[in-house]
Design a protein around this ligand. Structure first.
Ligand SMILES: Cc1ncc(COP(=O)(O)O)c(C=O)c1O
Length: 378
């Protein structure tokens, strides 16, 4: 069976570096905070080109800590896409604010700027675009909309580390080269990253990070993550949390970070091969002209989705659905919208299917997966 992910292959490829990193932490006797965490934060700061990085316990924590550090709270509304992993919405609720949903663009699966005006109200304080599947959201339009209404922008970059955004007028990125444009996570007032084990840069446990160029936001986020204190046992912000990246995870992430660019490039090469093989049969991912995509997921769309899953399983190919329900049709969140209100999100939920995607997939496997999908369509 070709599975959607192969975390063992990744470990085997980097075993020497990862084992050494783990041993270094065990021998140091420093398990929370300390030099590994500080070095990881500064390496990521340099990688993203951002002024501050505050590591926290998860991507979800990074989102709600960023929102709280921006002053978003009870009585406020935050605009978010109707099609995302549920943590985006939970973070708004944890901050005490109300999520207001907007539809997605049916080609990129990201927030459709055309739906934003209809979601704004006098209570709106922020907009929370998600760089879904590793492709940047249309940040120029979102930032102009936010500036017009005096809103904060918090990027949900949980799936998109390494993705880059090219502002209008700059050259279109070549998907096989790195380094055009600006890193996602530096495009709004704050951004949240996740290092959950399935992510492109992944820990062996939970982890997350807030990135921002704003000094005071960074200071507040750092305090909120550690009981609202700047100095130990002096608590200035209520109520803080315990949300820290531990030293083991930081050391593991440091061992992997030097590989991230080449891993993301490999994902783009696999995506190109899939698209060449499948674009006449199914709806294949559209890479927006401004975007260097990281293909956290390679997600196709077809009305025959459920039968295709069974066919692929029969052929020994795994696949997964990200996500089977839009936010407003989730049992816990029906009050955020009604059926039919966000048609592109609903259609995506009915039709999307993610094919195996990771940097250790061989060319032969990718070709086999393409032919397995093709054989379904005869
Ligand atoms: C879009 C999105 N937002 C937020 C999160 C939350 O990250 P974590 O699982 O680290 O809390 C995830 C992670 O799966 C995600 O995919």
């Amino acid at each position: 069976m070709i599975s959607v992910l192969d975390l063992k292959a990744e470990y085997n490829a980097l075993k020497t570096e990862v084992d050494a990193a783990i041993r270094r932490v065990l021998e140091s006797g420093v398990f929370v905070g300390g030099p590994e965490v500080e070095m990881f934060e500064s390496e990521l700061k340099a990688y993203l080109g951002v002024k501050h990085t505050v590591s926290v316990g998860s991507g979800t924590d990074a989102l709600f800590i960023a929102l709280r550090a921006l002053g978003v709270g009870p009585g406020d509304e935050v605009i978010a896409p109707a099609f995302t992993f549920i943590a985006t919405i939970e973070a708004i609720l944890h901050a005490g604010a109300k999520p207001v949903l907007a539809d997605i663009d049916q080609e990129t699966f990201n927030l459709d700027p055309a739906g934003l005006e209809g979601a704004v109200s006098p209570k709106t304080r922020a907009v929370l675009p998600v760089h879904l599947y590793g492709q940047p959201a249309p940040m120029s339009e979102i930032s102009s909309f936010a500036a017009k209404h005096n809103l904060k922008v918090v990027e949900d970059a949980a799936q998109a580390i390494g993705a880059r955004y090219c502002y209008p007028g700059s050259p279109r990125p070549n998907q096989l080269q790195a380094d055009p444009g600006v890193a996602v996570g530096t495009l709004g007032h704050a951004a949240a990253f996740s290092f959950y084990p399935t992510k492109n840069l992944a820990a062996y446990g939970d982890g997350g990070l807030v990135a921002t160029n704003d000094d005071s936001l960074a200071e507040k986020a750092r305090m909120l993550a550690v009981h609202g204190a700047k100095t130990r046992y002096h608590h200035e912000l209520a109520a803080g949390y315990t949300s820290r990246l531990d030293a083991l995870q930081a050391a593991i992430l440091r061992a992997k970070l030097p590989q991230l660019e080449s891993w993301n490039a490999k994902r783009r090469r696999i995506a190109k091969a899939y698209t060449e093989s499948l674009s006449e049969l199914v709806f294949t991912p559209v890479v927006a002209s401004y975007s260097l995509h990281t293909f956290h997921q390679y997600t196709i769309r077809t009305p025959e989705r459920d039968r295709l899953i069974a066919h692929l399983k029969h052929k020994g190919v795994g696949s997964s659905i990200h996500y089977p329900l839009p936010v407003h049709l989730q049992p816990a969140y029906t009050h955020l919208g009604s059926p039919g209100q966000f048609p592109h999100a609903e259609k995506a939920a009915r039709e999307v299917l993610s094919l195996p995607m990771h940097p250790f997939l061989t060319d032969e496997q990718a070709e086999y997966i393409g032919s397995a999908v093709r054989s379904f369509f005869g």
